[in-house]
Design a protein. Structure first.
Length: 206
């Protein structure tokens, strides 16, 4: 694999999509071939799984949820991520394994050291493809309320309230503390350009 695999993580509506587009633009200007993708999703089958896992009218157990995310990931890695990395492209992915570790693990009462089973499951789904660098966009969920409210429609996870968002935030910060070399935390409050400059600086130096 000669390409670089960069993932973007963080709580709902923290600005990942906005930053990924801008990073792609900057890297393209620098002459890199860039692929933007997202989880859950990225392929026809994975997008169908996305419709199931985000549907607010469905009740899913956490185990079912985790397995659906893994099925979607397996498809996504095989069809999109792996071929792009083999071709030397830079892959920018909106959420990946760390979302599973936080949403289906740490917010369910597990500690970072209890994630062994989820990590093993993830390894099966990815065949060993793992992010080279992960940017966690971090912000107090209270401060993001206005941004989120603008969007109006909420999925199954967004419906869970502010305490859940704070739990998610602490989960991402715990993962970053455990893996400081791979996971970099960036303050997500500030102008889009300001945040982008910080991300680009991390990308150039890692
Ligand atoms: N999930 C899981 O449980 N397990 C897994 O393994 C995986 C996922 C892979 C996917 O949701 C859900 O699946 C997710 C976790 C779960 N939970 N939720 N919800 P999604 O992909 O549909 O949603 P999201 O990941 O939360 O992202 P989003 O809604 O697309 O938000 P975002 O990409 O982080 O933010 P944005 O769209 O770039 O920005 C949000 C708004 O803020 C927008 O109006 C922007 O114009 C504005 N914005 C952005 N940056 C700024 C700044 N700097 N200032 C002011 N306004 C800004």
């Amino acid at each position: 694999m000669t390409g670089k695999f960069i993932t973007f993580e963080g709580i709902d509506g923290v600005g990942k999509t906005t930053q990924i587009k801008l990073v792609a633009q900057r890297l393209t200007e620098l002459g890199q071939e860039v692929v933007i993708t997202r989880e859950p999703g990225g392929t026809a089958i994975a997008e169908r799984v996305r419709n199931i896992v985000l549907d607010p009218t469905l009740q899913l157990s956490v185990r079912t949820e985790a397995l659906l995310f893994m099925a979607s990931r397996s498809e996504h890695v095989e069809q999109i991520i792996k071929p792009a990395l083999i071709a030397g492209k830079t892959v920018l992915c909106d959420r990946f394994c760390d979302s599973t570790f936080v949403y289906q693990g740490l917010t369910q009462g597990l500690k970072v050291e209890d994630l062994t089973d989820l990590k093993a499951l993830n390894l099966q789904a990815t065949g060993g493809i793992f992010p080279d660098l992960t940017i966690v966009l971090d912000a107090d969920p209270q401060q993001l309320l206005q941004r989120r409210d603008k969007r109006g429609v909420f999925d199954r996870f967004e419906n869970k309230g502010l305490a859940f968002q704070e739990n998610l935030r602490q989960g991402f910060l715990a993962l970053a503390a455990a893996e400081p070399k791979r996971i970099k935390v960036v303050n997500a409050l500030g102008s889009v350009e300001e945040i982008n400059r910080k991300i680009m600086s991390l990308l150039m130096n890692n």
